[in-house]
Ligand binder design. Structure first.
Ligand code: CDP
Ligand code: CDP
Length: 235
């Protein structure tokens, strides 16, 4: 199959975006880009350099240091997806802790941070054959994407899924803490001035509260196949 498309998957936290994005990318041999990992890596850098804590955020200090933050993805064949590196260190695990989840939306609301990351994201999507997930992929990063998906599920369902995941990883968290984090991030992400989380007009909305991973994959794969067919016929 020679016709390649760009797929943008946006939505609320823990709706299953990255799970389905990875499955689709593996199925089609596309590149998967986890844009949230980049915001998390910048947040980790800010934490490590005392620029942010639950009590304060020295935004200017972070903005001044942006040129010192080098991010890249490196494919891990064992895992089947690309892992996040921050200044040559693999931070895939370090960026997924509750501490980072509790600060990332503040960092992500900073326009200078977004500008830097969006530039990098567009570069990675230059050659089509890409699936990228995040909050502003269909609206800001790739407004011309061939297929846009907007994922939703109830906050309780999402928090339950994320809680199970964190527990499995050995993180000592309570369900209430995870639910609060999911709700706080939804609030900050939808209300920020720069690139708020919003469904693109031409995005297909999928509520997966009651969909299994398999159902969800098949629903998205059908949309992908239709999009490729119509691109082959059309342009
Ligand atoms: O996986 P999860 O839904 O928990 O979050 P994520 O995709 O890793 O994103 C973490 C945070 O990064 C989000 O809550 C947003 O604040 C920010 N983000 C963003 O602003 N724009 C994106 N394109 C992706 C993530
Ligand atoms: O990327 P995002 O934050 O949107 O979510 P994810 O990391 O792909 O999914 C969060 C968790 O929910 C994972 O453990 C998924 O396996 C699970 N999930 C599920 O059980 N059923 C779904 N339909 C979607 C996600």
């Amino acid at each position: 199959n020679t016709t390649k498309i760009t797929i943008a998957i946006d939505g609320y936290s823990s709706t299953g975006k990255s799970t389905v994005a990875k499955q689709i990318a593996n199925y089609l041999g596309y590149v998967y880009v986890d844009s949230g990992a980049m915001y998390r890596a910048v947040t980790l850098y800010a934490v490590q350099n005392n620029m942010i804590s639950p009590e304060h955020f020295n935004k200017q200090k972070l903005i001044d240091a942006l040129d010192d933050i080098h991010l890249f993805f490196k494919f891990n064949p064992k895992k089947g997806f690309a892992e996040m590196y921050l200044n040559d260190k693999n931070v895939e695990k370090a960026i997924r802790t509750m501490a980072i989840s509790n600060l990332v939306s503040k960092v992500a609301a900073t326009p200078e941070v977004r500008k830097k990351l969006v530039q990098y994201q567009r570069q990675m999507g230059e050659n089509e054959g890409v699936v990228m997930d995040g909050r502003d992929i269909g609206t800001v990063v790739f407004p011309e994407a061939d297929l846009k998906i907007f994922m939703t599920a109830s906050a309780e369902t999402r928090a339950r899924r994320r809680y199970d995941e964190l527990k499995e990883r050995g993180d000592d968290v309570s369900f209430e803490e995870v639910l609060k984090n999911v709700q706080d991030r939804d609030h900050i992400d939808t209300n920020r001035k720069d690139s708020p989380l919003i469904k693109a007009e031409d995005a297909v909305e999928i509520d997966n509260s009651n969909l299994s991973l398999e159902d969800q994959f098949n629903t998205v794969l059908n949309l992908v196949k239709k999009t490729i067919e119509s691109k082959e016929r059309g342009s």
